[in-house]
Design a protein around this ligand. Structure first.
Ligand SMILES: *Cc1c(COP(=O)(O)O)cnc(C)c1O
Length: 406
């Protein structure tokens, strides 16, 4: 490999100038993720990894078979159409109508992406002008901050605060965060990492604010089917929001195929067209054969969606109870894969230090919530556990964590 301190021919002798950092300034703060560090720690210590949110069992056998069939039949092995295969776009539109009563034209109002991750990136790259402000609910999913930075935007966190065992959004705080430079609100409900599901009143107030201040809303709803208490309401269904909302979802969490990276947006034609302009130069297209399989998955009967949710609810309960018994204060999540806990009842206050020593102390890996904050001190005593794992794994984790109590 060429090195930076080899002087080019003709350079004067002397010490090399201090090398310019390779990673550009926009991304300097996003050099490494905590997930890499914690997953390495899990492997090195033989720990149970409840850090990263992916299921340890695959999605439905029939959907895997559908992907194999598509591959064998030569469907999707070459570049699929830029907006996604028509079968999947139609299935996404049907799904939005079936579950949320929203109608979208599969040809002009649906765009298939490389997971929700690309949808988020493409939406922000398409809609944010350098210097625009983007409001995001803190703590937030880690890709939001990086994508806002890549778009040259300025992130404005509005903090969800723990009150009486649940995380709450302060609507006055949200209203105060809007300025003349605000371009959009980046919402996430059900919310990772807190498990909060925004209710009807809160969404109505956010919608009113967006209309009043003429803001766009990008709504990440990848956990739309994983709501254990209450119901998921898409903000696009509120008055005035159909034309200003980009709704994002994906097959990863709903069908336990996080490796397939099939995601989508639904929005008004002008918004889809704008996002497609960015998306076509990111991946152009992806996951051809998997798109056909996910089209079938979206048409699975209600029993599939109910079963997934009920199974995860039981896992939430198992882990939440275990964590409570081990001495954590537990914020019982209404949705998602994750439970947030407060470590202060265990006599601890620094989530980073706690997570770095937990593998050695009891063979479990988890994530400090501080990584999801701009205001790190707000997240300091909280850690997040994933419960999208086999029951036997969760039971073993609970058993190991019970050592903390002694
Ligand atoms: C997992 C996750 C994503 C990423 O979804 P992919 O389809 O795997 O790209 C996006 N947003 C949130 C909140 C997530 O938890």
């Amino acid at each position: 490999m060429a090195t930076m301190d080899t002087p080019p021919p003709g350079s004067p002798p002397g010490p090399p100038a201090s090398p310019r950092p390779l990673l550009n300034r926009r991304l300097a703060e996003f050099g490494t993720t905590i997930f890499a560090e914690m997953s390495a720690l899990a492997a090195a210590t033989g720990s149970i990894n409840l850090g990263q949110g992916f299921p340890d069992t695959d999605g439905p056998e029939e959907i895997r078979e559908a992907a194999v069939r598509a591959l064998r039949d030569g469907r999707g092995n070459q570049y699929p159409p830029g907006p996604g295969v028509p079968e999947l776009r139609t299935a996404v539109a049907e799904h939005q109508r079936r579950f949320h009563g929203l109608s979208f034209d599969p040809d002009t109002e649906v765009l298939i992406t490389a997971g929700a991750t690309e949808a988020i990136a493409a939406a922000l790259l398409a809609l944010v002008e350098p210097g625009d402000e983007v409001i995001a609910l803190e703590p937030y999913y880690d890709s939001y901050a990086a994508c806002i930075a890549m778009a040259g935007g300025r992130r404005v966190p509005v903090t969800l605060r723990p009150v009486d065992g649940v995380y709450r959004l302060d609507l006055d705080e949200l209203r105060d965060a809007v300025t003349d430079r605000t371009r959009l609100i980046l919402l996430n409900t059900p919310h990772n990492p807190t498990g909060t599901v925004l209710g009807r009143e809160q969404l109505a107030a956010i919608a009113e604010l967006a209309v009043e201040r003429d803001l766009l809303v990008v709504s990440d709803e990848v956990y739309e089917h994983l709501v254990f208490d209450g119901e998921h309401l898409p903000i696009a269904s509120f008055p005035g929001m159909r034309e200003r909302t980009i709704t994002i979802s994906s097959a990863g969490k709903t069908f336990s195929f996080t490796g397939w990276k099939v995601g989508w947006i639904t929005a008004a034609p002008a918004l889809v067209s704008a996002v497609r302009s960015a998306k076509q130069y990111l991946t152009y297209v992806s996951a051809g054969p998997f798109q056909y399989a996910i089209a079938e998955a979206l048409r699975l009967p209600d029993s599939y969606f109910d079963g997934l949710r009920d199974e995860l609810r039981a896992k939430r309960d198992l882990l939440s109870t275990g964590l409570t018994d081990a001495g954590f204060a537990v914020y019982r999540p209404a949705g998602t894969y994750f439970v947030t806990t407060d470590i202060r009842p265990l006599g601890e206050s620094d989530g980073f230090a706690f997570c770095r020593t937990l593998p050695e102390r009891c063979g479990v890996v988890t994530i400090p919530n501080a990584v999801f904050y701009d205001h790190r001190e707000q997240g300091a005593p909280f850690v997040r556990f994933a419960f999208c794992k086999r029951e036997s794994v969760l039971k073993e984790a609970v058993e190991r964590l019970s050592k903390l109590r002694r």
